[in-house]
Structure formats: structure tokens, C-alpha cells
Design a protein around this ligand. Structure first.
Ligand code: CUA
Length: 344
């Protein structure tokens, strides 16, 4: 492209003097139209200012020169400099409408991601339910964003993709694009939204489809577990289930600890043993009396009617994530990491 490149100014080799990297399918058309408009403007600027300077010198007041003070009119000239710019402007408008329609009409095979904007951060939810604060997307796939705001007006702006859209409270705005470059790109909030507006920034991570699939899988376990932990805390489960096994010698426990529970063999009060798996946890939440555990004084109340299937799955994911932990309040992240290290 017709560009002046100043390599020292460019941290990114894919960027140009005028633009950040052209990282989406929209970028080439938008940059092309931008450059065309820029060069048309430069052409007319030079033409008009050049003529002005030339005439100022040629027709200046000087001894012996008689100026002509009659106003002149030239029909051909008037029509030329009205019609040509009008045609150019109409053509620019048509090109703009074309590009706008492309951006308004997503293809059918998009990956849909929910975007939530709030003072002052972004969160992204993927089709499998995983939530992250950086937007991860696979390269060369059409992405559709369904965007909501929890509070005030924000705007989703990724210069490398050449896309920007307001995120309006009380409605869902949609936007699509298709990345063509792998890497990390800046995300900005482009609508003044309060004191920390300038810090409402994020990252878009474009990965190979394989990397993205792997990331999404890990992320799901992680975020399901994190949400499960929130439910466990909100329901007050840890009042009875919070102690460690080590402390059981010195104090009477109301309920068994959740750490290390998942996958263990659980002794029941009728002398049987059960495996602490997903259905055991589900039964423990909905019908705890069907499997009272040996050695504990308290009887757990049923949470039937208070938990939906998704929440039960999330609580199970949390309990699974602390299967190898020993502390009373282990978070979901640590034991998973430990397990990865231990794996051969
Ligand atoms: Cu959000 Cu500015």
C-alpha cells in the first residue's frame, strides 16, 4: 500500500505508520478506503493551496500593474468543481455503505460469545459456559459478540480488528468479525464511563483453533469450579464442612470436610461404602438423608428446590477441584495446578 513507514515508531511488525496490525477480514477494505480518502484529500489540498499561492504571487499589487476589480463568472468552472467533488463524495458514501452492510450481516457459522461490560472491566462467556476476562478466539473463524452493559454506556473497540460498537444498558448489541492474525490485541472502552474509563482495557487473544479448544476446556473446569465455590460460600456450607480432617481429633465435627472428598470411599452410617462421585454429591445436596455418613452428628438439610442443575454441576466441579487439597478452604486453582505437575 502507498504508505510511509517509520520502522522506529512501530513496535509491531504487522502495524503500519497509519494503522495497528490488520487483524480481521474487515481491515483491508477499511484501510484501503481510508488511504483513498486521505490521498484524495491531499490531492485537492495541494491543488487549492498551490493555486492560492500561485495567484497571490502572480496578481500581487505592484507598481505599474492595473488589477481588474470586476467580479468574474465562469459557468464551466462552477459546474466542474461542483460535479466532480459530488461524484467523489457519492462514491465514498457507496463504498462506506457496502462496508457497513458487511459488518452488520454476520455469516451463519459464527462462534457466539456473550460480552458483559461494567465499570470498569469486561467479561466474556463462551458457548460451553466458561467465563474469562480476556477475550480468547480461534483464528479464521467468524465471531459473534452479544454485548450487554450492567451499568452505564460503554463501547467495545479493538483497533486491530477495525471494529467498534457501543454497549448500551438495557439492550443487547451484536457485532461480528473474523480474525486473520494470531496474537494479542488491545481492547479499549471507547465511551467515557466514569473515573476509571481510561483503565477499562482488555486483551483479545487470537489462537489457533487447536490452542483455543484446549484453552476453552481448561478454562471451563476452572471457571465452573470457581462458580461452584461461590455457591458453597453463599449457602454457608463451610460452617459445617469447613474444617480439615486433621482437626477432627480435637473438635467435634458437624459435617465432613469438602477437601479430599471427591473420589474417596465414603463410609455410611448403615455400614456401607459409596464412591464420592458426581451422583453422590448430587444426592448429598438434594436428598442427604438417603446416605447419612458414619461418624458425624449433624444431619444436613436438603437443598432441593434451592439449586438448579447448573449450580449443582458447578458445586460438583468445585468439590472435584479440591479433591487433592488438604487445607480447610482451598481454592479451585491450586490443586488443579498441582495435579498437572504431578502428572507424568
Ligand atoms: Cu467503559 Cu469507558
Amino acid at each position: 500500500m502507498l504508505l510511509i513507514d517509520f520502522p522506529m515508531l512501530l513496535a509491531d511488525k504487522n502495524a503500519t505508520f497509519w494503522f495497528p496490525p490488520a487483524a480481521s477480514t474487515f481491515a483491508a477494505d477499511i484501510d484501503w478506503l481510508y488511504m483513498v480518502i486521505l490521498y484524495i484529500s491531499i490531492f485537492f489540498f495541494v491543488l487549492v493551496v498551490g493555486a492560492m499561492v500561485l495567484f497571490a504571487i502572480k496578481y500581487r499589487r505592484r507598481p505599474g500593474y492595473e488589477g481588474d476589480s470586476r467580479p468574474l463568472h465562469n459557468n464551466a468552472l462552477e459546474i466542474t468543481w461542483t460535479v466532480i467533488p459530488s461524484l467523489i463524495v457519492c462514491w465514498i458514501f457507496a463504498e462506506g455503505v457496502n462496508g457497513y452492510m458487511d459488518m452488520m450481516r454476520p455469516p451463519v457459522d459464527t462462534i457466539d460469545i456473550n460480552v458483559t461490560a461494567r465499570q470498569w472491566d469486561w467479561s466474556f462467556q463462551y458457548p460451553n459456559g466458561a467465563i474469562s476476562d480476556q477475550l480468547h478466539i480461534p483464528n479464521n473463524r467468524a465471531i459473534l459478540l452479544n454485548m450487554r452493559s450492567e451499568d452505564v454506556l460503554h463501547a467495545f473497540y479493538v483497533p486491530a480488528f477495525r471494529v467498534k460498537s457501543d454497549v448500551v444498558p438495557g439492550r443487547v448489541t451484536t457485532m461480528w468479525f473474523q480474525p486473520i492474525l494470531e496474537g494479542e490485541f488491545d481492547l479499549f472502552c471507547a465511551e467515557y464511563c466514569g473515573t476509571d474509563h481510561s483503565r477499562m482495557r482488555g486483551k483479545v487473544v487470537v489462537q489457533t483453533p487447536e490452542e483455543f479448544a484446549r484453552w476453552l476446556e481448561d478454562e471451563n473446569v476452572e471457571s465452573m469450579a470457581q462458580r461452584g465455590r461461590r455457591h458453597v460460600e453463599a449457602l454457608g456450607c463451610l460452617k459445617c464442612h469447613g474444617q480439615t480432617q486433621a482437626s477432627s481429633a480435637t473438635q467435634v465435627q458437624i459435617g465432613p470436610p469438602l477437601t479430599g472428598l471427591y473420589g474417596s470411599r465414603v463410609p455410611l452410617s448403615d455400614g456401607e461404602f459409596v464412591q464420592a462421585d458426581d451422583s453422590y454429591i448430587r444426592r448429598a445436596l438434594l436428598d442427604p438423608r438417603s446416605q447419612t455418613r458414619a461418624g458425624f452428628a449433624g444431619v444436613m438439610p436438603s437443598y432441593d428446590g434451592q439449586l438448579d442443575p447448573q449450580q449443582i454441576m458447578e458445586i460438583t466441579a468445585y468439590i472435584r477441584s479440591i479433591a487433592d487439597a488438604t487445607g480447610p478452604l482451598a481454592g479451585p486453582g491450586t490443586p488443579l495446578d498441582q495435579r498437572e505437575e504431578q502428572a507424568p
